[in-house]
Design a protein. Structure first.
Length: 204
């Protein structure tokens, strides 16, 4: 049994690559590249899996290939196969209420309208760790939220997002090292600082 399961949520296929809704995929792709490991399609889990060792702890990275609305089916299948507890599972996904470049860590809570999160909650115990990656625009988009999340970042947003990928990956490492509670203090404090900096910039 792995020490941790780290699932990034998104939609498979070229059409959805680099969209805001695939922020979870982007983070686990960054982790896989940093550890020089390759993805393997595991049909029994309906997902792509990569095995990595993070500071001496065995971890399985997962990208569900079920499409976002059925993400929990893939995560649940992997956890059941390995008899892996949900509280050692990190689920990484996009969050419309958090600015680009920020992240938030939590355990428990509602779905917030996120279908991938709703699916996950329906398939595994609700003790899993939620790692929210910000995709919020600077101003409200002139479109339906579904169209917004399935769209791509602006050039400025993409630069900001990619500049923070290492920070997001470091957050995963911190969770693996220290557990969610200690990691939560640092990651959520950083979010508060980023929000404050953004407000200051907007006032200039």
């Amino acid at each position: 049994m792995p020490d941790w399961v780290i699932a990034g949520l998104g939609n498979p296929g070229i059409r959805y690559r680099k969209t805001r809704h695939n922020a979870g995929f982007d983070v686990v792709d960054f982790l896989a590249a940093r550890h020089a490991c390759s993805w393997k399609l595991e049909k029994r889990f309906e997902g792509e899996v990569a095995a990595v060792t993070i500071n001496g702890k065995s971890c399985l990275l997962l990208k569900p290939q079920t499409f976002m609305n059925e993400s929990g089916r893939s995560i649940g299948a992997l956890l059941r196969f390995h008899k892996h507890p949900a509280d050692r599972c990190i689920v990484i996904f996009d969050e419309y209420q958090i600015p680009v470049g920020s992240a938030k860590l939590s355990i428990g809570g509602g779905n917030g309208g996120h279908n991938g999160l709703a699916s996950t909650r329906s398939c595994i115990d609700d003790t899993f760790i939620r790692y929210r990656i910000g995709i919020a625009p600077e101003t409200p988009p002139p479109m339906d939220i579904k169209d917004f999340v399935l769209g791509r970042f602006s050039e400025t947003e993409r630069i900001t997002f990619e500049q923070h990928l290492q920070e997001f990956a470091d957050g995963v490492v911190r969770i693996v090292d220290t557990g969610a509670q200690l990691a939560m203090n640092l990651i959520n404090q950083r979010k508060s600082k980023n929000d404050t900096d953004a407000r200051k910039t907007a006032q200039l």
